[in-house]
Design a protein around this ligand. Structure first.
Ligand code: 5GP
Length: 113
């Protein structure tokens, strides 16, 4: 079981910044920007490549929850959403999660190598 499933199941405590029917949002343990929040769906999927079994309601609800988190946190100057998907992208936890990054201006492209 992944760390995010344990958090969802209340087996490991975590600060919950936001929760609705479709997702929870928690602060990333190693923030890369002043705001670095993970939006974790309540319906299992290993990555963005694995949401084909989700209903339309689950899919829409999850994606809408991402912006609801940003509004709840009163992020005013914009935010970036990152889904690391698979090994080349550096996905380390095999449970779908969106990174919301905000709080300072970000360059583009987002990679450095
Ligand atoms: P990935 O690399 O899979 O896209 O992102 C996983 C993220 O989860 C990383 O940014 C990492 O810092 C974060 N993370 C790993 N373990 C924990 C944990 O136990 N609690 C929290 N809040 N974040 C974690």
């Amino acid at each position: 079981m992944t760390i995010f499933e344990k958090i969802l199941n209340n087996e490991i405590p975590s600060q919950i910044l936001y929760e609705d029917d479709f997702a929870i949002a928690i602060p990333d343990i190693q923030p890369q920007l002043p705001v670095h929040v993970l939006v974790i769906p309540k319906t299992f999927a290993t990555s963005l490549s694995d949401i084909g079994h989700w209903s339309s309601e689950q899919t829409a609800g999850y994606f809408q929850s991402i912006d609801k988190v940003a509004k709840h946190l009163q992020i005013e100057n914009g935010y970036r959403v990152v889904f690391n998907t698979g090994s080349d992208a550096g996905q380390t936890v095999a449970y779908l999660h969106a990174h919301i990054l905000a709080g300072s201006a970000m360059g583009w492209p987002p990679f450095s190598n």
